[in-house]
Design a protein around this ligand. Structure first.
Ligand code: URA
Length: 239
């Protein structure tokens, strides 16, 4: 790969900025100063800009704790997207969210430029468990637990796979419940529509895990962390 492409892909700067760094004579391959942007980098070559080594990493995987009010999209003319939450140096080409959370839903959202993994994790045949906690307007009953466990058919004919519902707490005075729900699909507004079918409204919705990936307790909303090699390995085995 050409050195200018290599450095631009690693977000060292735009192609133009990278050409400038090369002109300044501070880019080296195996300690030899790079003379032209056309110079090629081979596997195991050591690339440095000044003293800093720039390692090549094709794919990046970030675990974001999505806040409310942000779109699960790559770009939008008027509204903030989850990509806007990334530090500019982490906005790698083709970075995209794996699936969608509603604008008012918070919690775990994976962002990656690994299109293949993104596609496979979302495949309907995968059935990766997604766990959410929610505050519901209404007192959730054991009947709703059973209805969800059987798999529901919504009014518009959408059929849903069985979902596991746990009632964590009910507040009779305020008429609200705290619940945990595990679903295997990710249909449009799925959880809101499931509770809607039971005559209840979702007030707050937070995703806490997806497959073996859980949201670290110390990851504040709006913050993200890069996944460890082990987490990526687990994620790939999820396929
Ligand atoms: N179900 C919903 O209704 N909304 C989400 O954001 C995720 C699941």
């Amino acid at each position: 790969m050409r050195i200018d492409k290599y450095l631009a892909n690693m977000n060292v700067g735009s192609r133009k900025q990278v050409h400038e760094l090369i002109k300044q004579g501070i880019v080296t391959i195996n300690e030899n100063v790079v003379k032209t942007p056309k110079e090629k980098v081979k596997e195991n070559d050591v690339v440095k800009v000044g003293e800093e080594e720039i390692k090549y990493q094709q794919y990046h995987y970030f675990l974001l704790n999505k806040p409310k009010g942000v779109l699960s999209a790559t770009e939008d003319l008027h509204q903030k997207t989850v990509i806007d939450l990334l530090d500019p140096k982490d906005r790698y080409k083709d970075m995209a969210p794996v699936g969608r959370l509603d604008k008012d839903t918070t919690g775990l959202l994976l962002l990656t430029n690994d299109g293949q993994l993104n596609h496979e994790l979302l495949a309907p045949s995968k059935h990766v468990d997604k766990v959410y906690q929610a505050k519901i307007a209404g007192i959730v009953s054991e009947e709703t637990v059973r209805n969800f466990a059987e798999g529901m058919t919504l009014k518009d004919g959408t059929t849903l796979k069985p979902a596991k519902l746990k009632i964590l707490d009910t507040d009779e005075e305020n008429g609200t419940s705290k619940i945990e729900i595990t679903i295997k699909e990710g249909k449009y507004h799925q959880i809101k529509r499931m509770f809607g079918a039971e005559g209840m409204k979702v007030l707050e919705l937070d995703r806490i895990s997806m497959g073996r990936l859980s949201l670290p307790e110390d990851l504040a909303q709006g913050k993200y962390s890069e996944l460890s090699v082990n987490q990526i390995k687990n994620l790939k085995e999820e396929k």
